[in-house]
Design a protein around this ligand. Structure first.
Ligand code: NDP
Length: 484
């Protein structure tokens, strides 16, 4: 697709690309320029109903396939995605504003890997037996039914494929609702599954807004399961809609993660790692370390080296291979991020670096802000405890393990974090006392797809990843057979 063409993005229902019932469309804008990029179907309740009917209709046939047959389909989808690898990277970069190199190394790679990984994991599944003196129990993992898969804009295909692969792998059929801000690679995935000939109705997709399409999907009586990734306040609404019908639900929500830097860390690799964890994808990753806690003895040196390193990052055209940072997702999000920088000043913080970048005039309409580092904030200030989800981090001092743990735990969130020290015993001791779903020691975003992924407190409910995904996307049924 040439960069000046406007694409048209339709729903995918029952194996066909279709317009919306109301024939309404919404504009998809390129974050780096603010220019019109595509038009997509603005779905409503009727479109959701059609998609759920298609998913329900496909369920008996799909769920009756053997696990190894469904694994073969996942492998075929992975092959199909591999063939359009470069297109995934380019679309994701244009649609989200992220650097193309990142879209390639993270988004495109993980989308292929998610299908490949779950295909392999399905083949490893074995029936569990529990022997008693006089009886044998065995566990049958049945599909839950029709799944609603709702995803955000920051890692569009990466997160969608993370849900679709285990969901259909375990025999469910699904209706996907990607963020209205980033519909392009979800559409590409539908083109890929259409190309490989996946049975119609197994994967359906409606585009549109949270209120118009997401809400009717979550509350639909024929939807049995909801897997949601997004903000904590949206998660509250999703949980409230799903609860009265006792739907199976998984919520992967916001974060405000601490990076704890001890005086005995390897300074060079720690600065590099903590800068990456603060600013990858313009800080728009739920796992980003946006509160950096530094032990007193090295605080001044760390601050100097950290700011120097942040200032060396190249911010520019997302499609330029040399860009380290791109644009933020939308004007509204840029405004939110700016308002937190203003709040930081009101709360007594000092802006150590950051401001509005000077970019060529063709980016005038885009959503740009340079990476921002704030010092001098109280650790329990709003800016240091609320999720900003942008390229803004705050630095804080601590002088003991106890204090580091207290600061790390003083938010409503509990998703992830990192600890940087050469003393691995201390690293593990501190990690285990942090209220969080995941901690990295001397690294960040180092992912093994077999491990549990998810948060505590307001960062979510449930775990996905590896066998936890297979467990969530199935119902374990025990059958007890009396002997003799
Ligand atoms: P939102 O919560 O705004 O949206 C997430 C998805 O929910 C979108 O598809 C949205 O649609 C949809 N939605 C909105 N309202 C409803 C509703 N009432 N019912 C059903 N669906 C609805 O999140 P963002 O897209 O802004 O993503 C950023 C957030 O996601 C951050 O808080 C981040 O921390 C979190 N996140 C968490 C991750 C994790 O694994 N824990 C990973 C990645 C991000 P639309 O956009 O069309 O309105």
């Amino acid at each position: 697709m040439g960069s000046s063409e406007i694409s048209v993005v339709r729903n995918y229902i029952g194996g066909s690309f279709v317009d919306g019932k109301s024939e309404s469309w919404f504009d998809v804008l390129e974050p780096s320029t603010g220019k019109l990029f595509a038009k997509a179907v603005l779905s409503g309740k009727e479109d959701v109903d059609s998609a759920v009917i298609a998913a329900k209709g496909a369920l008996p046939g799909w769920s009756s396939l053997e696990m190894k047959e469904r694994a073969r389909w996942l492998d075929m989808i992975a092959d199909g995605l591999e063939e359009v690898f470069e297109e995934i990277a380019e679309l994701e970069s244009r649609d989200t504003g992220k650097p193309i190199s990142l879209a390639r190394s993270v988004d495109a790679s993980r989308s292929v890997a998610n299908f490949r990984f779950f295909a392999g994991l399905l083949l490893e599944q074995e029936t569990e037996f529990f022997q008693m003196e006089d009886a044998t129990n065995y566990v049958v993992n049945k599909p839950v039914g029709v799944g609603a898969l709702i995803t955000p804009w920051n890692l569009p295909l990466y997160l969608l494929s993370w849900k679709v692969a285990p969901a259909i792998g375990m025999g469910n059929t699904v209706v996907c609702k990607p963020s209205e801000l980033t519909p392009m690679t979800a559409d590409l995935l539908m083109r890929v599954i259409d190309g490989v000939g996946l049975p119609p109705g197994v994967i359906n997709l409606v585009h549109g807004e949270g209120a118009g399409a997401g809400e009717p999907l979550v509350s639909h009586p024929d939807v049995d399961l909801v897997s949601f990734t997004g903000g904590t306040s949206t998660g509250e609404k999703v949980a409230a809609s799903a609860a009265p019908m006792f739907k199976k639900i998984s919520l992967e929500l916001g974060g405000k993660n601490a990076s704890i830097v001890f005086a005995d860390c390897n300074m060079e690799s720690t600065v590099e790692g903590v800068v990456r964890s603060g600013f990858l994808n313009q800080g728009q990753v739920c796992l980003c370390g946006s509160r950096i806690l530094v032990e007193d003895g090295i605080y001044d040196e760390f601050e100097r080296r950290f700011v120097e390193s942040v200032e060396k990052m190249t911010i520019g055209d997302p499609l330029d291979e040399s860009s380290d940072l791109g644009a933020l997702i939308s004007p509204e999000h840029l405004e939110k991020v700016r308002s937190y920088i203003d709040l930081a000043k009101e709360e007594g913080g000092t802006i150590l670096t950051g401001g509005t970048p000077c970019l060529p005039s063709r980016f005038d309409g885009g959503n740009w802000i340079s990476p921002t580092v704030i010092g001098g904030l109280e650790y329990d200030s709003r800016c240091a405890t609320e999720e900003i989800f942008g390229p803004v981090v705050s630095l804080h001092r601590f002088d003991s393990e106890e204090e580091a743990i207290e600061i790390a735990n003083c938010t409503r969130y509990g998703l992830a974090g990192s600890v940087w020290t050469e003393d691995l015993e201390k690293g593990k001791r501190v990690s285990e006392r942090i209220d969080s779903g995941m901690i990295w020691i001397n690294t960040w975003l180092h992912r093994d797809l077999r491990v549990p992924f998810g948060g505590v407190k307001d960062s979510g409910v449930g775990r996905e990843g590896g066998r936890w995904s297979l467990g969530f996307f199935s119902e374990a049924m025990n059958i007890c057979v009396k002997q003799g």
